[in-house]
Design a protein around this ligand. Structure first.
Ligand code: PLP
Length: 285
């Protein structure tokens, strides 16, 4: 079956979905995106993702072309039309197309809204069992990383460098501290069992999975400290892991070729992964 995507009001086969070369997403990366997971055909923690979408577009004065209620309806219809059981729904909204190319916001352009699904078995992924290796890279991104902008060149380069080094994720470093993963939030569990993840600020994206996992951990009496940590601290930690909509919770077992603890996914990471998956299934819509 050919994949169906959503583009500006229509559900169309991929080959028929066309966006103008004047689209500002293409020319200026003038757009915002979101990614929600799908389990058993249902959306995971979707309200949090749509709240962040609303905030991100607001921060760049980009009007959403549809209400959030309508966007949920489109997400669900797209999942159904593609018979998607497990995977992701990607949403992108850009400031639209206007001619000629000009930096200033166009007066008449209509935002472009695109949604795409992809299949992914997040629950049974092999890397969840083995853990992942990360490579550290300098964080060369702009100063508003709290906005989920489609301007992802720094992350493209970071994740490519990680892959070329045989790693599955990049950890980005600024002022000697980890900001976050290329497309994930970073956590460590210290020797005295404190879960540490960087505090939200314009230096990182406020991860939806990060938020859910810290809340679930606190509800289970695990101490959570929101502060920056260094690679040295991560290498001395009991456990390390990343969170994201497309990974849920995944152990980090190597950083720049050095093992974290015994180089195997730790028990608290494994437990938090199970707890998150239970939460995801229980709250899916
Ligand atoms: N940080 C960055 C830079 C990301 O790109 C992502 C997800 O794409 C995350 C963190 C994780 O966010 P979430 O848990 O909302 O998927």
């Amino acid at each position: 079956m050919e994949q169906i995507v959503y583009l500006d009001g229509a559900f169309v086969p991929v080959a028929e979905a066309k966006v103008s070369v004047f689209d500002r997403g293409f020319l200026f990366a003038d757009g915002i995106y979101e990614v929600s997971a799908v389990l058993d055909g249902k959306l995971i923690d979707n309200d949090a993702h749509l709240a962040r979408l609303k905030r991100s577009v607001g921060e760049i004065a980009l009007p959403l072309p549809e209400t959030l209620e309508r966007i949920v309806g489109i997400q669900k219809e797209l999942v159904a039309r593609n018979n998607l059981r497990d995977g992701l729904v990607y949403i992108q909204v850009t400031r639209g197309a206007s001619i000629p190319r000009d930096f200033l916001f166009p007066k008449a352009a209509k935002p472009t809204l695109v949604m795409i699904t992809s299949e992914k078995d997040i629950v049974n992924s092999a890397s969840a069992r083995t853990g992942i290796a990360v490579k550290t890279v300098a964080d060369i991104r702009w100063a508003r990383r709290d906005i989920k902008s489609v301007a992802l060149l720094a992350q493209v380069l970071a994740k490519q460098a990680a892959a070329e080094a045989g790693c599955q994720e990049a950890w980005m470093i600024e002022d000697g501290k980890v900001t976050e993963g290329g497309s994930s939030s970073a956590f460590i569990l210290t020797r005295d069992d404190v879960l540490v993840t960087r505090e939200n600020s314009s230096a990182i994206l406020p991860g939806c999975t990060r938020k859910a996992v810290t809340k679930l951990a606190e509800e289970r009496q695990l101490r959570v400290e929101e502060r920056a940590f260094s690679v040295e601290e991560a290498l001395a930690a009991k456990e390390a892991f990343v969170t994201s909509a497309s990974l849920f919770v995944q152990a980090v077992v190597r950083i720049d070729g050095q093992t974290v603890a015994d180089g195997k996914p730790g028990p608290i990471t494994g437990r938090l992964r199970e707890i998150y998956i239970d939460f995801a299934r229980a709250t899916a819509v």
